[in-house]
Design a protein around this ligand. Structure first.
Ligand code: KG4
Ligand code: ZN
Length: 334
């Protein structure tokens, strides 16, 4: 089965063609980084406009890249949420129009679940369920119990900023570019990670919840003038250490509590090499499944991949009833 995936939940317009949920025939992405860079974050209206101008040319480009025509596609899969409403509307309406015009089946895919599926697409030996899902992206930070590809239960999530958002905001405060994650990672490599005693927040009576806004404020108060490159490096290293130590601590505790040894990582922050090294060194008993760099950032291959399985399990969605959803909460633990 050949699936065409469409992703427009945030600032990447992406279309991919994937065979049997795994084999990527093409995965095209138009990034809007340059558009949003001057603002230090994503401007929702601009994101929607950009998706509108790019989506149809990108569809043609993707099909050409995969050496396929639209008639050879068996299934359409689209991210219906969570994300920016105006941005989601572009992908969902394009997918609905394609489904109605071509009479092909359509499935809606949850973007965050797709981020976790990206780790499964990246590994040759699929882990046994249940797994512990660790979502670390620009819009989401959560630990979830993944029972199978259809059941996800929330263990804990951020009560304020997402971890990637904290990286972006810290970079912005230091006058660095956007997105902040890769810049902070690069600076942190040469910095002293104990120069500042930053800590991420803990949440009362919610052992597995995250809070990064206090950490971000602590960084703000530590900014001195002049902000030399040496100071920037030390701040970046200390901030990154504090954020990742917190993820490590809560993840290992959750794995222990639920007796799980396989971790599925998802989201752009999982690109960070220091994070991978930290888990390798400090949690060698856990088996970590990381998405490849291409599949960690927003992409449509993970959407097509998970869409394939959803169709096998539940069949198609009625194209006229599929609506975008800005927020899709995870189910509570039973
Ligand atoms: O998953 P993603 O593409 O978008 C969302 O679904 O939110 O993640 C983007 C986020 C940005 O906040 C970016 O700064 C962060 O991932 N990021 C990183 C790295 N590469 C991207 N954070 C830390 N280290 C990195 N190397
Ligand atoms: Zn994402």
């Amino acid at each position: 089965m050949i699936v065409l995936g469409i992703e427009t939940s945030c600032d990447e317009t992406a279309i991919a063609v994937v065979r049997e949920g795994r084999e990527i025939l093409c995965s095209e992405i138009i990034s809007q980084i340059a558009i949003h860079q001057p603002f230090g974050g994503v401007v929702p209206e601009l994101a929607s406009q950009e998706h509108c101008s790019h989506i149809l040319p990108l569809l043609q480009r993707a099909l050409k890249q995969a050496h396929l025509s639209l008639s050879e596609i068996d299934l359409l899969a689209v991210t219906y949420g969570p994300g920016l409403m105006g941005a989601l509307l572009v992908g969902v309406n394009t997918a609905k129009a394609l489904a109605l015009a071509t009479k092909k089946p359509l499935v809606g895919v949850n973007h965050v679940e797709a981020h976790l599926y990206a780790a499964l697409m990246s590994t040759l030996t699929p882990p046994p369920f249940p797994c512990l899902g660790v979502i670390l992206s620009g819009g989401h930070t959560a630990l979830v119990l993944v029972e199978d590809l259809t059941q996800y239960f929330l263990i804990g999530q951020t009560i304020d900023d997402a971890i990637g958002e904290a990286f972006d905001k810290v970079a912005k405060m230091m006058g660095l570019g956007y997105p902040g994650g890769p810049i902070i990672e690069r600076l942190a490599k040469q910095g002293n990670d104990t120069a500042y005693s930053f800590r991420a927040g803990s949440v009362k009576e919610q052992e597995f919840a995250f809070s990064f806004s206090g950490l971000k404020t602590a960084v703000l108060y530590s900014l001195s003038s002049p902000l030399t490159e040496d100071i920037q490096r030390d701040i970046a290293a200390s901030f990154q250490r504090a954020a990742f130590q917190d993820v490590l601590k809560k993840t290992t505790r959750a794995a222990q509590k639920w007796g799980i040894s396989h971790l599925l990582f998802g989201g752009g922050v999982t690109n960070n090499c220091s994070l991978k090294t930290l888990f390798e060194q400090q949690a060698p008993h856990l088996i970590c499944h990381w998405p490849t760099p291409h599949l960690s950032l927003d992409n449509a291959a993970m959407v097509a991949g998970l869409g394939f399985h959803r169709y096998q399990l539940f069949g198609a969605t009625d194209p006229l009833s599929l609506e975008p959803m800005a927020r899709i909460p995870f189910q509570k633990l039973p």
